[in-house]
Design a protein around this ligand. Structure first.
Ligand code: GTP
Ligand code: MG
Length: 214
């Protein structure tokens, strides 16, 4: 990097921006690993089943800008595209999702910019997930740059559904035959029912273990 980064206004090349988003992913990824380890240490239990991180490809950044009516520019992408850096947290139980969201919200250096709870308010498609848009400070040699990261938190079952739905959406370019959309919605209901039963089962197991420990 030749130029010094003071803020995004100074950022005039793609590589520098991508460097920042990569740094933000690393920061958030490490924070989540630590939270997970701490939870394991205190409660002998991992709320996170696994973590996936990804950087949006240049093609999909440009496509999304166009779709939303913005010209392709670095300034527009930094301002309007919130999911350039994305982290997906997959949990076993719905209760883990809210536990994690709270732990993330309590990190004093993370700013929560917005929350979308598609578990309490699922999308028409049936999509369920908990989304947090956060910004994380990236400490550079002589400045600090706040960088956005989209965190999606969902159960294994929600993730299973979302990946198939995503595949179908792309296959039919958003115009899937009615019976497929209907089937998907039904599957989404089955996912919710499964998540609820698995949670109750787990709670039953936990209370049995507590009884035994007495
Ligand atoms: P995007 O323009 O799609 O990013 O949506 P948005 O800016 O309105 O944000 P939203 O929180 O609705 O969605 C962000 C991300 O959630 C998407 O990029 C997808 O990864 C995921 N997502 C949202 N809706 C759906 C859905 O119906 N199906 C699937 N499979 N994923 C979804
Ligand atoms: Mg997206």
């Amino acid at each position: 990097m030749k130029e010094t980064i003071k803020s995004y206004d100074d950022v005039d090349n793609w590589k520098t921006v991508m460097f920042l988003y990569n740094a933000a992913l690393k920061e958030v990824g490490t924070k989540l690993d630590i939270l997970n380890d701490e939870f394991q240490h205190v409660h002998q239990y991992n709320p996170i089943e696994h973590i996936k991180t990804r950087i949006k490809t240049p093609e999909s950044i440009v496509k999304k800008l166009k779709r939303n009516g913005y010209e392709t520019s670095i300034e527009n992408m930094v301002r309007y595209i919130n999911d350039i850096a994305g982290v997906r947290l997959i949990c076993s139980f719905t209760s883990d999702i809210y536990r994690l969201a709270e732990m993330i919200g309590n990190q004093s250096d993370l700013k929560v910019l917005s929350i979308k709870d598609y578990i309490k308010n699922p999308k028409d498609s049936g999509y369920k997930s908990y989304h947090m848009l956060v910004s994380v400070p990236i400490f550079l040699s002589d400045s600090v740059v706040e960088t956005k990261v989209e965190i999606q938190i969902r159960t294994i079952a929600m993730d299973f559904w979302a990946s198939l739905e995503h595949k179908i959406y792309y296959k039919f370019e958003g115009n899937a035959p009615a019976y497929i959309s209907r089937d998907l919605q039904e599957c989404a209901e089955m996912v919710s029912a499964l998540d609820e039963r698995m949670l109750s089962l787990n709670e039953a197991v936990l209370s049995c273990s507590r009884e035994q420990d007495k």
